[in-house]
Design a protein around this ligand. Structure first.
Ligand code: ZN
Ligand code: ZN
Length: 437
């Protein structure tokens, strides 16, 4: 009988988290999946319409390309979606439900807010690591270093961030000082150049010809500041257009999607952010220390959104006290009555609907309306870095994302028996269904 890995190698097929990926054509037809952080479909259409992104315009309308809308995973944040894309499954399987979660067992049972950027929290392997194990030559370039260790988990290949390309070593990142790829200076973490560096490095790797499966993941710095069609946004998409056109010319199959969309969450008259400060609301209603609001958008890089997104979880109990269902119900009803709140679910409802992990989700999940964000305490948010009116994400209103290929994909809408298309289908479609014209 054949060993499992022998069978895999012969067929050019790998199976990861219940999905199969065909690697047999990669050497002749390399594949790049690009996750454009915060890319509402409108950004692509506006840049194409403005005439600054001719390649994107071709993707949106060309007969040899495919452009549809798909759903990202909830919460519509960066880490859960990037991990869903590289694992091919929702957070219930891979475990990364946000940037942060409340771990009641941490801190000797006292509980603590824990950052989920450590691979220790990953419950599933990535298809990138499996593809590398199956013989593919894999490279990952991510904008922010916070994602690097998760995306590169057990990967035998190249994996570095545009934030710290100078720190890359052969042993840790599969490449020594990644600055040499682009000749560009190390970009500021809050800049459009951070994403440009990702594309420049990806194109250079493609030109060198020593990788055949790439994952490029940008940052939403521009999208947090600039609405679709604005000068800043169009400049970003014009930059991206040139790099994508180059990858296309080099013969790469490109699958483009986003981790989430982006919407204005401020009063259009005053420019002031529309925020429900949920911890203040619950402290006033339940009393202090009776609840804990966790904002999974929180990460070490909050300057451009002030840690304000459209998704929160609330813990009403701790490990020592079992949940009180009437308290949960009464609190849900109270929160549902707040102006700006779109949806309130209990743990079981939220985990079923959003495919989340129950032990990493609070007793209550709260989602705000398209034009509102959720905060904890007003005093806990430093909004001094918000130099332009708040745009953010996290809610259902940012769940629709582009799913675009520079190839024909026959009957894409019915590929999965009628279930909605997801951003985490992008590798399956690019590797298994995209047709060379
Ligand atoms: Zn993002
Ligand atoms: Zn963001």
């Amino acid at each position: 009988m054949l060993q499992a890995n022998e069978r895999v190698e012969r067929a050019g097929l790998i199976e990861v988290n219940g999905r199969a990926y065909n690697l047999s054509d990669l050497a002749a037809r390399p594949v790049a999946v690009v996750c454009v952080d915060g890319c509402e479909f409108d950004y692509l259409e506006a840049a194409a319409a403005a005439g600054v992104a001719p390649f994107i315009a071709r993707l949106l309308s060309g007969s040899d390309a495919t452009a549809v809308r798909a759903d990202c995973v909830m919460p519509s944040f960066t880490n859960p979606n990037n991990l869903s894309i590289v694992c091919g499954v929702p957070p219930a399987v891979h475990g990364i439900c946000g940037n942060y979660f409340w771990d009641p067992r941490a801190n000797d049972g006292q509980g603590a807010e824990v950052m989920m950027n450590d691979p220790a929290y990953l419950r599933a392997g990535t298809l990138l690591a499996a593809a590398a194990g199956g013989g593919a030559r894999v490279a990952v370039v991510t904008a922010k270093d916070k994602l690097r260790r998760l995306l590169g988990w057990q990967l035998k290949g190249i994996c570095f961030s545009a934030e710290k390309p100078d720190c890359a070593t052969l042993a840790e990142n599969g490449i020594e000082d990644a600055r040499v790829l682009t000749g560009l200076p190390v970009p500021d973490v809050y800049s459009a150049e951070l994403s440009a560096f990702v594309f420049a490095a990806g194109v250079r790797l493609a030109e060198r010809g020593d990788v055949d499966l790439m994952y490029l993941s940008t940052t939403d710095y521009v999208q947090h500041k600039c609405a679709p069609g604005s000068e800043g946004a169009n400049a970003f998409y014009a930059m991206m257009d040139r790099y994508l056109a180059r990858l296309d010319a080099l013969g790469w199959t490109i699958g483009l999607t986003a981790d989430h969309g982006m919407n204005a969450k401020h009063d259009p008259r005053t420019g002031e952010p529309n925020v429900v400060y949920l911890q203040d609301v619950l402290d006033a209603w339940l009393g202090a220390q009776r609840s804990r609001v966790v904002l999974p958008i929180t990460d070490p890089y909050v300057v451009h959104h002030g840690a304000l997104g459209s998704f929160a979880t609330v813990h009403l109990t701790d490990a020592a006290q079992p949940a009180d269902s009437t308290l949960i119900e009464r609190t849900m009803a109270h929160v549902a009555g707040i102006d700006g709140i779109e949806l309130v679910l209990d743990n079981a409802q939220a985990c079923a609907r959003f495919e989340l992990m129950p032990e990493r989700t609070g007793d209550i999940v709260v989602v705000s309306r398209r034009d509102f964000a959720i905060g904890s305490r007003r005093a806990a948010h430093d909004l001094s870095g918000l130099t332009v009116p708040l745009r953010s994400h996290g809610g259902l209103s940012e769940q629709t994302v582009p799913l675009v290929f520079n190839r024909r994909v026959d009957d894409i809408e019915t590929l999965y028996g009628g279930r909605r298309l997801r951003n985490f289908d992008v590798f399956d479609i690019a590797l298994n269904h995209a047709r060379q014209s």
